[in-house]
Design a binder for this molecule. Structure first.
Ligand code: 2PG
Ligand code: MG
Length: 395
């Protein structure tokens, strides 16, 4: 394939911060992609290039000048070929020269171009590329926001309803459950990811409320993203003004798992506490998913480490943590090959790009975390999954 045009422009994410949208052309084909941005970012993520004032001028210039010049000079045989070329062109281990945001915007648009060239839906092209079996992921829907996504009105960052049904059925359950929760909570603000942001001073309260909802709907359970790196300062964790050591926090999780239908716990400890992850996985891993996000940052090398030390049993997959689709697929392959679950995820600052819906379906992810129903950018991922369900039925 010869990519003959490439143009990036600034757009805004859900927080009103600038991010990148890139349009590519190859003969009669064209494709667009935009990239999201996190807030509770892991310190080992690939580097999102921002100007001193938070803008993306340099990242845009890198796409429009250096990447455009280099890429339009040659033919590529596959999307992997382009991604390897981009990684080499950048030349740093964390994509800090050109920017992981700049590179990923091109990488996703390239994946779309190759799907168009093959005449197959995006999820199918991803499945072929990854060697995976496509399947509908469980929906991990954000019901309540806390942590850094909601001014710490609740200690944990995300309180999630997990629905294990086909997408069309799951979405009607989610819609009813979300409305019910809204009635129950009354007039509360919304958090960054389109879920409610109530404030409670009892740690168990959000779990009690979600457990009531779970009782009413089939095939539902609860998940949390503790995002514990954000709770960790001065050598201890602070939740609702109370300090916990890692061992004390593990006791909290063990009691929550005993009392509530808690299906998965993401980032239960801060990102350097691999030993604490491993101990919790040994204690709870038979019944509960212990998910690495800041711990593993979609990085195949960090996932190798986690595998060798049995730190977790599930991995959150966010393409923008690593910067190319090729490496995100490698992260999935390592995760699945070891028998662990892959859960695909949006970022807290999202755009209307629905790539992760196709990605989650294409790799047959265990779940997809795409936010609450209170923001259009989140709903678009679920709507894309619905469209995929219809598409797959006719194939
Ligand atoms: C997370 C994400 C997405 P952020 O921690 O899993 O929910 O948040 O994008 O702010 O890192
Ligand atoms: Mg997380």
């Amino acid at each position: 394939m010869r990519i003959d045009s490439l143009r990036a422009r600034p757009i805004f994410d859900t927080r009103g911060r600038p991010t990148i949208e890139t349009m590519l052309g190859a003969g009669p084909l064209s494709a667009t992609a935009s990239v999201p941005s996190g807030k509770s970012t892991g310190s080992h993520e690939a580097h999102e290039l921002r100007d001193a004032d938070g803008g993306v001028h340099q990242a845009l210039a890198n796409v429009n000048d250096e990447i455009a010049n280099a890429i339009t000079q040659r033919d590529f045989t596959s999307a992997d070929d382009v991604d390897s070329f981009l990684t080499e062109l950048d030349g740093t281990p964390d994509k800090s020269r050109l920017g992981a945001n700049a590179i990923l915007s091109v990488s996703i648009a390239v994946q779309r171009l190759f799907a168009l060239e093959a005449g197959v839906p995006l999820w199918k092209a991803i499945a072929t590329r990854a060697g995976t079996t496509p399947a509908a992921p469980r929906l991990y829907v954000n019901m309540m926001n806390g942590g850094i996504h909601a001014d710490f009105r609740l200690p944990f960052q995300e309180y999630i309803l997990v629905v294990g049904e086909k997408t069309s059925v799951a979405l009607s359950i989610v819609q009813a459950a979300f409305a019910k929760l809204g009635e129950r909570l009354g007039d509360v603000p919304m958090g960054d990811e389109g879920g409610y942001a109530p404030a409670f001073d009892v740690l168990e309260k959000p779990f009690e409320i979600l457990a009531e909802i779970v009782k009413e709907f089939p095939n539902t359970s609860i998940a949390i993203d503790a995002a514990a790196s954000e709770l960790f300062t001065g050598g201890h964790y602070t939740l609702l003004d109370k300090m916990y050591t890692a061992d004390e926090l593990a006791v909290v999780y063990e009691s929550l798992v005993t009392r509530f239908p808690l299906h998965s716990i993401e980032d239960p400890f801060e990102q350097e506490a691999a030993g604490d992850f491993a101990r919790l996985t040994a204690a709870l891993g038979d019944t509960t998913l212990i998910v690495g996000d800041d711990l593993t940052v979609t990085n195949p090398l960090r996932i190798d480490d986690a595998i060798s030390r049995k730190e977790i049993n599930a991995v959150l997959i966010k393409p923008n943590q690593i910067g190319t689709v090729r490496e995100a697929i490698a992260a999935v392959q390592k995760t699945q090959a070891t028998g662990w679950k892959a859960i695909c995820s949006h970022r807290s600052g999202e755009t209307d790009d629905t790539f992760i819906a196709d990605f989650a379906y294409g790799i047959g992810a265990h779940g997809i975390k795409a936010g609450g129903l209170g923001q259009k950018e989140r709903l678009e991922k679920y709507e894309r999954l619905l469209a995929i369900e219809r598409e797959a039925e006719t194939m």
